[in-house]
Design a protein around this ligand. Structure first.
Ligand code: ZN
Ligand code: ZN
Ligand code: FE
Length: 763
């Protein structure tokens, strides 16, 4: 009988720390009457366990099948050893190996068990806003260093009371080694602050915050990854006030409701949307609003959609608690001014957000890493519905992307807008959470310190740095400065190639793949010095050939044309051979002298950079139609233009059928401006324009002989109509279409593309 006894040694890699993995192993071993030990190591979890062979076999199977919900096993290494004698099963503690590293769990929304306790009058943590356990709560945003242990988190300043300590040390308890464990007696507390003075605490603070929101005021609420600004989402005056104070003119605000049922009162919720809305990552889901919506119209001006999320912290559940006169949706937008980093520090927030918020609901648990809410967008593939992540942040980051290659340590610094960076190590690509636009000092310093944090947490020392080709991006300068200071190899990757490489990596395409990539976006530095953005690239991971693009046009006034798309309209009309007098007539809402100025600017070619940007073409066409001649954020015209086509029945009859390598919009423009009353046919024209682009893509894809693999990437693919039309056309042919869903198709995905492209270039 004893001959059958063996000892099994296991090394488990993946997200296995801070997620209740050791107690799971402990309980599994006890249940199976196995003896030995389990411990966290810097590289994962190590186990040695003795017992009979068949029980050990089923032990491994149970580990794979029943692992705790937040864990993610990437690898189990098994070694069978000579039988060792142990007298019991123990959880043991170990030294840190300075070279090893493990992935860290993202912050996860409150679990069902904790939620039940939160509203259980008899529970010690009844109505305690920081209740959590190994299956839920903050992780990434409170970790200063690894291995993940309480002293290395921002919870280190709170000493556990006896009650919490008993749970923390009991392997059968769901709070065993839950590092952020806390209770009303020993943990963080909320306070309500007016004019930098604490006016109430605990339950009173909470009720005062609710009272403020109810009465139309703006409250800044400290959450898991930073501050939010909250107000009644049905109160037009409150929402407009918030807009004005935040200097955010048109860009949509997200809202939060207590449950999916509440969301259904104003948003259209399909199965896919509901699944994401209620997922433990709790992203903002972009929904179509119901026709009878009563949300304040200034929540998303000019759009039929609204970004919605459900509560993800106990504090949110208490803040949104149901009551007859409490709004069933509140605005929850990031606590920052437009395009600056979200505030995380109490004192800084008082100074910074003081002019916006009437009061603050703060707490004394520090946030170590700021992290915005994630955003996902449902879309239609022509066959079914799908969801793509368009801002990958809280709940998703820093989960690594698993790659098929063993990569050297590479730092990819990403682009300028919607920046993320990416660090690689082994088979992992750590794409950072969303950092925003690197256009000001605040975001740049947040970018630099976040790179430091990731390098420390994942113990990565870059041997290669890769960057965008744009010489003036702050990220490019950072890459160059650092590479020369630390003598690191530097690799430049063209922006649109990075988009396609990102799509290839997300879809796990092998190293020798060749794809026809449609890299459609707003702006990227082209190798000819022009601004690219409507590019057809025959691409591999390491290289590309530009085989098609949008017919070039001028951007009169450069950057100014982005905010004033009517300037692009003038340029497109000139390019299309339309008379000057007719141009002024079409753009009748623009003062004639302004139009004349731009005409002369184009004539003398002063400050008129050339572009093939599809994003800008959308802006220009939209402005010709009079949809958005002035905009307040990049991409606004395109969004409003797309929404327009959704308003009408899709019955476009496209006359533009000459699809060469160059998409020649002048034919399209000439078609519609000679339409007798084109001003009245805007939805039709918008639809036809989307359709013509889809046709162009599919004609390229069908006629190309070197590959049957198509990759779609770039921010323009967030246009749901273009995506749907293109995918339906392509689905009629024997073509493999690759899309981005897990990694943003916009510039948030660039850093991953840079990393994998640089790796293949130097290989
Ligand atoms: Zn929990
Ligand atoms: Zn306690
Ligand atoms: Fe881009």
């Amino acid at each position: 009988m004893n001959n059958d006894k063996r000892t099994l040694k296991l090394n488990i890699k993946g997200i296995v720390q801070g997620v209740g993995f050791r107690p799971f192993i402990y309980n599994l071993a006890i249940k199976n009457k196995l003896v030995g030990w389990v411990r966290n190591s810097s590289a994962g979890v190590d186990i040695e366990v003795s017992g009979s062979k068949n029980i050990l076999d089923s032990f491994i199977i149970s580990i794979k099948n029943d692992a705790p919900p937040l864990s993610k096993i990437d690898l189990i290494k098994e070694d069978w050893l000579e039988h060792k004698y142990f007298d019991s099963f123990k959880i043991v503690f170990s030294e840190d190996d300075p070279n090893a590293f493990i992935p860290i769990s993202p912050d996860i929304s409150i679990c069902e068990d904790c939620l039940d306790e939160l509203f259980d009058k008899d529970d010690k943590r009844y109505r305690y806003p920081f209740i959590n356990c190994t299956n839920c709560g903050p992780r990434f945003t409170i970790i200063e260093s690894i291995p993940y242990d309480r002293p290395k988190t921002t919870m280190s300043t709170f000493n556990l009371c006896q009650y919490c300590k008993d749970e923390y040390t009991d392997p059968t308890n769901r709070r065993f080694h839950a590092q952020p464990v806390a209770c009303p007696e020993c943990g963080p507390q909320v306070s309500f602050v007016i004019d930098k003075e604490i006016v109430s605490e605990g339950e009173n603070a909470l009720q005062q915050a609710r009272e403020y929101i109810r009465s139309g005021k703006i409250v800044s609420v400290k959450g898991i990854g930073g501050y939010h600004l909250a107000c009644d989402a049905f109160d037009e005056i409150a929402v407009s006030n918030l807009r004005e104070r935040k200097h955010r003119i048109d860009k949509a605000f997200a809202v939060m409701s207590l449950s999916a049922d509440k969301v259904k009162e104003y948003g259209k919720l399909g199965i896919e949307e509901e699944e994401y809305l209620t997922s433990r990552e709790r992203p903002i889901v972009i929904l179509d609003q119901r026709e009878d919506t009563t949300l304040a119209s200034s929540i998303s001006p000019g759009q039929n959609t609204v970004g919605v999320m459900l509560p993800y912290t106990p504090l949110h559940y208490l803040l949104l608690e149901e009551e007859d006169d409490f709004p069933s949706a509140i605005v929850m937008t990031s606590g920052n001014y437009s395009e600056e980093p979200i505030d995380i520090d109490n004192d800084a927030a008082f100074d910074h957000l003081g002019p916006i918020a009437d009061a603050f609901l703060i707490n004394d648990r520090d946030i170590y890493i700021r992290c915005d809410d994630s955003v996902v967008q449902p879309y239609n593939t022509g066959k079914n519905r799908a969801i793509r992540v368009i801002r990958r942040s809280r709940g998703y980051a820093p989960n690594p992307i698993n790659l098929q290659w063993d990569l050297p340590p590479i730092l990819a610094v990403g682009p300028e807008l919607k920046n993320t960076f990416c660090l690689t190590r082994d088979k992992y690509a750590f794409v950072s959470h969303h950092l925003g636009n690197l256009e000001n000092y605040e975001t740049l310093s947040s970018f630099e310190s976040t790179i430091e944090q990731y390098e420390r947490l994942f113990r990565i020392k870059p041997e290669i740095i890769t960057h965008d080709l744009h010489p003036d991006y702050l990220s490019t300068r950072y890459a160059q400065d650092r590479a020369s200071a630390e003598n690191i190899e530097l690799v430049g990757i063209q922006h649109h190639h990075a988009h396609i490489a990102s799509c290839m990596a997300e879809n796990n395409l092998p190293s020798d793949s060749k794809v026809l990539g449609f890299s459609f976006d707003g702006t990227g530095y082209g190798t000819d010095g022009n601004i690219w953005g409507g590019e057809v690239l025959l691409a591999s991971y390491s290289d590309y050939e530009r085989i098609g693009h949008i017919r070039p046009f001028s951007l009169p006034g450069g950057e100014k044309a982005i905010r004033e798309p009517w300037r692009i309209a003038v340029s497109l009309l000139v390019e299309s051979g339309v008379d000057n007098s007719k141009i002024a007539q079409i753009l009748d809402s623009i003062p004639e002298s302004d139009v004349e100025f731009v005409l002369s600017q184009l004539d003398s070619d002063v400050n008129c950079p050339k572009t093939t940007s599809l994003g800008r073409l959308f802006d220009g066409i939209s402005a010709i139609l009079g949809v958005s001649r002035h905009v307040n954020y990049e991409g606004q015209a395109a969004i409003e233009f797309e929404e327009l086509a959704f308003c009408d029945e899709f019955r476009g009859k496209n006359k533009y059928l000459d699809y060469g390598n160059i998409y020649d919009y002048t034919k399209f423009v000439n078609n519609f401006i000679h339409f007798p009353s084109f001003g009245k046919s805007k939805p039709l024209i918008s639809y036809a324009f989307h359709d013509s682009l889809a046709q162009w893509v599919s004609s390229h894809a069908i006629t190309n002989e070197s590959t049957k693999s198509i990759a779609l990437s770039g921010g323009v693919w967030q246009n749901r109509l273009l995506t749907k039309l293109t995918l339906s056309l392509l689905s009629k042919h024997d073509i493999n279409v690759f899309n981005q869903n897990e990694i943003p198709t916009n510039d948030g995905g660039i850093s991953l593309g840079q990393a994998v492209a640089a790796y293949h270039k130097i290989k």
